[in-house]
Write a protein that binds this ligand. Sequence first.
Ligand SMILES: NC(=O)c1ccc[n+]([C@@H]2O[C@H](COP(=O)([O-])OP(=O)(O)OC[C@H]3O[C@@H](n4cnc5c(N)ncnc54)[C@H](O)[C@@H]3O)[C@@H](O)[C@H]2O)c1
Ligand SMILES: [Zn+2]
Ligand SMILES: [Zn+2]
Length: 379
Amino acid sequence: MKAVVWHGKADVRVDDVPDPRIEEPTDAVVRITFTAICGSDLHLYTKLWPAMSEGDILGHEPMGVVEEVGAEVTHIKAGDRVVIPFNISCGSCAQCSDQMYSQCETTQNKSMRKGASLFGYTKLYGQVPGGQAEYLRVPQAQFGPIKVPDGVPDERFLFLSDVLPTAWQAVEYAEISPGDTVAVFGLGPIGQMAARIALHKGAGRVIGVDEVPERLAMAERHGVEPLDFSAVDDVTDAVFEATGGALCHASIEAVGMEAGGSRVDSVLQAVKVQPDKLVALHGAMGAVRRGGTLSISGVYGGSFPMFPLGDMFDKQVTIRMGQANVKRWVDDIVPLLVEGDPLGIDDLVTHRVPLGEAPKAYEMFQKKDDGCIKVVLQP
Ligand SMILES: NC(=O)c1ccc[n+]([C@@H]2O[C@H](COP(=O)([O-])OP(=O)(O)OC[C@H]3O[C@@H](n4cnc5c(N)ncnc54)[C@H](O)[C@@H]3O)[C@@H](O)[C@H]2O)c1
Ligand SMILES: [Zn+2]
Ligand SMILES: [Zn+2]
């Protein structure tokens, strides 16, 4: 089969690799019909490349048609349309019983001291071949795959694999009450959907922070107040002003460890005065009011010496974070996919390309060329 294979830093190729097959009675094999590229893949593409190995198959946002199931997989059968959560979880261990599916004890990578295995996500997370491929072996398929009902567009369900549950969790963890003011840092797919979900759940105002014009414009189309961080001296001051000094009840960080900053930030990073890349996180922390909540969905790896613990302590901020526990939120989200499109999911994908064009698509998504916000690959 053809698959998107990692060869080196910023070098992915579409290679011929062996077809996957059932290896365990809890496996399924799925023929992939749609599979998206995520901001998390960009971390693997460049920043986290030491954790990658040449030959790794990328991708964790797939859906498709079941080809074959193992003997212990009974809730889906050959021919069913399914979407595959990016966490690989057993559904029955102590963590899964608490719906902490991204910490599943059965698939956890204890030797690496990491959480549940994830599709296409480095040797730290199980080195499981990913879903940017013609076929995918799905471990723990007695629990993971979600059956897609007939009569709804595939693409809307595709985002149950990651984007929607991640954005939903970001908003849940932000503990928003009706009328609250919320800041969302980063208006990639995760930030876009978190902002819309926050409004859907009753936030009074959502301020969306990014610097990319088409991303700010997309957010504005969905009722978000855009704030271009590259056009202001200090983003915290800008949020302070926009809220009459009140700041925000909650701040959602949807950028992660490759945040871009002002020219001043770049200089500070270059001379190692500010060795981290926590620009967006600092912004999100600055935007939250005293006693407020900071919800981090952007991915971080390693330790960060510049974390301003003292400021967070003084402001009495609640911080919640982590990989999304995908299946925990599915029942909340599905009604919003089948009864119209209240979250406007049909306005998210900017590029649909054949799997063979993945290398170009990665480059385009990384550089944010051609208005690229979300890419769906079609094997
Ligand atoms: N927690 C999870 O389970 C989970 C799941 C999926 C994705 N993620 C993570 O969420 C993050 C966002 O994912 P995405 O697909 O939307 O990625 P993306 O790369 O498309 O979006 C990131 C956005 O942040 C903006 N940005 C950069 N620096 C900024 C700054 N200083 N302030 C404000 N905005 C800034 C960029 O312009 C970009 O629009 C990534 O870190 C990704 O790894 C986490
Ligand atoms: Zn993803
Ligand atoms: Zn489990």
